[in-house]
Design a protein around this ligand. Structure first.
Ligand code: SAH
Length: 244
């Protein structure tokens, strides 16, 4: 059986006994039915993996003891940022999960003119906590030892205005964009990919993106759903310039 990987957001070191988060403890004890001394891998997002064994399995307190630590390198050399027009409910979870598997470095949930999801401050906080757990789960499953950065949800115009002047290529996914993936030249400094929500970008959104020096990237002659478009672009760019 594959050794289960568990994300534990705290300092970790060899010799330490750590308490597993409730859900992970429940999972290894009741679902996988692991016993004392079973092997586990834990990580906290610092780029290392920690070998551990289950030390105790009380009902609400499953602990593991750390024995060894190693650096792992499963991050793509291509730094990709996905600025995703917030999609409804499970679709957004799906996008975050798959983008993490595909090696995205940073995710920015953006509110565009046609975003249907309303996020007041309290809801935004709860969403962030939920999205972080989706991303952590995708790292557990896919073997990443670093979590992609997740920015708080923000209005696209404000995100564009605050966007640091980096050398990353700026690409907006537009069905009528001027460039195709195969025409992209070297992306040595990474890329920022903006994807519209279910209803697409409005004319005003497109104008703002162009003003901020985004180039239109098209993904073939078919219209893809928002949850397909960003993931297809990430996969295509990782294949051409990254580590797929
Ligand atoms: N009805 C909308 C479709 C939105 S699809 C419209 O016609 O614009 C949601 C998002 O996916 C789009 O805003 C765009 O960012 C991306 N997308 C979908 N198909 C695409 C394609 N063929 N090329 C590039 N981007 C695409």
């Amino acid at each position: 059986m594959r050794i289960p990987r568990v994300f534990i957001p705290q300092d970790l070191r060899t010799g330490q006994t750590v308490l597993l988060p409730d859900q992970a403890g429940e999972h290894v004890a009741r679902v996988l039915r692991l016993e004392r001394d079973a092997a586990l891998m834990v990580f906290n997002g610092d780029g290392r993996e920690y070998d551990a064994t289950l030390a105790s399995l009380a009902k609400h307190a499953v602990t593991a003891e750390i024995h060894a630590v190693r650096e792992v390198d499963r991050e793509s050399p291509l730094q990709l940022t996905l600025a995703q027009g917030i999609a409804r409910g499970e679709k957004m979870d799906w996008i975050l999960q798959k983008a993490t598997e595909l090696g995205v470095a940073r995710i920015v949930p953006i509110v565009t003119e046609r975003t249907e999801v309303k996020l007041d401050e309290e809801r935004a906080e709860r969403r962030m906590a939920h999205w972080t757990s989706v991303i952590a789960g995708a790292c557990e499953q896919s073997g990443r030892a670093r979590l992609p950065a997740l920015e708080p949800p923000q209005r696209m115009d404000r995100w564009l205005a605050a966007l640091a002047d980096t050398a990353a290529s700026r690409l907006a996914l537009l069905p009528d964009g001027d460039i195709a993936v195969r025409q992209c030249t070297q992306l040595d400094n990474g890329a920022i990919l903006a994807v519209g929500p279910e209803g697409g970008f409005s004319d005003n959104d497109v104008a703002l993106l162009k003003q901020a020096n985004f180039h239109g990237l098209r993904l073939g002659p078919r219209i893809l759903r928002t949850e397909t478009a960003g993931l297809a672009a990430l996969a295509a760019l990782q294949a051409r310039f990254g580590d797929i």
